[in-house]
Structure formats: C-alpha cells, structure tokens
Write a protein that binds this ligand. Sequence first.
Ligand code: F6R
Length: 369
Amino acid sequence: QKGGFSTFMEKEIHDQPTAVADTLRGRIDDRGRLQLDGGIIHETVLNSIDKIIVVACGTAAYAGLVGRYAIEHWCRIPVEVELAHEFRYRDPVVGVRTLVVAISQSGETMDTIMAVRHAQQQGAPVIAIVNTQGSTIAREADAVLYTRAGPEIAVASTKAFLAQITAVYLLGIYLAELRGNKFPDEIESLLEQLDAIPSKIQRVLDTSEPIRELARTMANERTVLFLGRHVGYPVALEGALKLKELAYIHAEGFAAGELKHGPIALVEEGQPVFIVLPSPRGRESLHAKVISNVQEVRARGARTFVIAEEGDTDAANYAEQVFYVPSAPVLMTPLLSVVPLQIFALELAAAKGYDVDQPRNLAKSVTVE
Ligand code: F6R
C-alpha cells in the first residue's frame, strides 16, 4: 500500500513525477482545445470573461497563487486568488464575466463548496480542479478538470499540489490559445516544457540526501523562515505550511521584497532562513535582488539555505548551503523548487518522532466551515 516506503507521505512525494505526467496526458488536442472531464463551459463564455477568481484553501490556494503568474502572463486576464472562506463574506464583485476556478484535492472542503455556490448564485461560470472523482465540488461546478494524482492518504498535501499547478497551467494554456494569444509558438513549447517536468522532479528526488541530512540536524529549531519572490513566493508559503503542519515548528513564508518592510527584524544569530532563489534566466534584476536578501539576512547572523537552479554558481558564494534543482523555464520552477521543502518538512518531522501521515489536530478534508 505504501509502495515500499515507510509512510504514505514519503510515497506520495515519490509519486509526484507520475502525478504530473498523468495530469498532463492527452489533455490538449491537436486543435489546442482542453479536454475537460465533465460538464461544459461554452467557448463564447470563456471568450467573454474579463476576470478569473481562484477560490481554494491552504495548499490548494498556493497552487492558485502560482497559477496567477502564468495565467496573467499567457492570457492577459486579471487573476485574483482568494481564500475560499474569505470570499463570500466580502461581497465580492463576481458576475457572468468572471470565471471562478475552485481548486480542491478532496472536493469536499466546505469553505470551498460555499464559495462555489456563492459564485454560481452571482451567475459566474465555475471550473473545478479537483482530485477526487465524483466529489461535491466536482459535481456542483459547471465543468471539471481532474488532477490525476491518485488517492492522497497523508494529511499534508504534496502530489495533489503539483498536480493542481499542472492543471491550472493547462487551463491557462487553453485560455491563451482560445483567446488568440499572440505567441502561438510559445504555447507549443509550453506543453513541451511541461512534459519535461516529471523527469526533472525525479532528479530532485534522486538527489535529496543533502536536504534530508540537514533536516535531521534541525529538530531543535523553534522557528524557520522562508523567502521567495515571483513564483518562488507561493513556494516559500508552502514550505512554511508543510513545516508547521508536520513538525509543529513555527514557520513563516514571506515575499522576499517584503523583508525590509518588517520581517528582517526577526532575524538573529543562528536563525535558519530558506531562500527560493529566482532563476538567473528570468528577470535578471530579481535574481540579483534576492541574492541581496540572502546577504542581508546572513549579515545579521542567519543561517542561509538556498534552493537554486543547477548552474547558478552565484548562489554558493552567499549561502551556507545550496540545494540545486534542475533548470526549467521560470514559470515551471515551482514544480521543482517545492520538492526539497516538502522533503525537509517530512524528514524533520520524522526526526522528531512525529506521525507524518496523521499530524495532530488536522483532518484530511475539512468538511465544516
Ligand atoms: C496542506 C493541506 C491543506 C489543504 C486544504 C484544502 O498540506 O493539506 O492546507 O490543502 O485544507 O484541502 P482541499 O484541497 O481538499 O480542498
């Protein structure tokens, strides 16, 4: 059942190459159309939308945050990401021209169900990105795109997260194509770039021993900070969430640019800080700015652990330790850079003797509001 691994979570982390590959398989036909798994939203409706709102909770909301960077870039449609439990209580501006995307592993999260119902009452079309076949959100949405991650047993979400990012990207690629994106070649290559991701995730898994070793030395830490920028920002949030959930260690994720607006005051001698470094092949200035953040926290005594792209030799000059992931186009990097952080949380929790599959106080699906 656990496929030779000692915990479901370890198995599910290792299932990630397959989860992404299965979610991609056969999804976009030769005419660029997305194959939904059920329901329909007419192309005329999709052509007329002027805004997308993603509603989700926890890790699923972070998948939405990653998706926002891609969809806005590819489709030039504004995207908001809203925690589902906040959504309907703020009288959101939603109508027939708003596409609501509900992301949920279980499809049974009550907060997200209520957000879907609220959106539908306002006349908004709803697409569900859901892992569990036949679940409430899958049934109630106008259309559904299943993440094919397979059953996720461990309470903390891992493979569902990667599959959710993949599915949101498919939706973005489809909308870009449908709405006459100006760079059709880019769309072709995006699909190829996504196809290349599973083997790169496998490489991250095969080279994970250094981060496991680090985790085993950190069982006595009281707080760990995570910094990221652009698509690395939601990765930092997810790294922090995994550590809270599994190892019961206080952890915070910050947008690296926010550091000097407050969080840097937290840094003192020996404070561990993980930094998700943007690719040097993305916007050059972002890479340089986050390198400065590494220097800033290090100058104040932080222990700096950097997730960087292979070949980014700069990183090693400024960090205590660098964990390399294979290089990928900027928007694809979260699918790789989050994996060492998942493994870090798992290994640290295991080192503390905790049950990583069933963390205290948490349920796999939150079916009350
Ligand atoms: C984090 C985690 C939770 C869920 C959240 C949404 O590891 O598991 O944050 O992501 O409760 O659950 P679903 O995706 O089932 O709606």
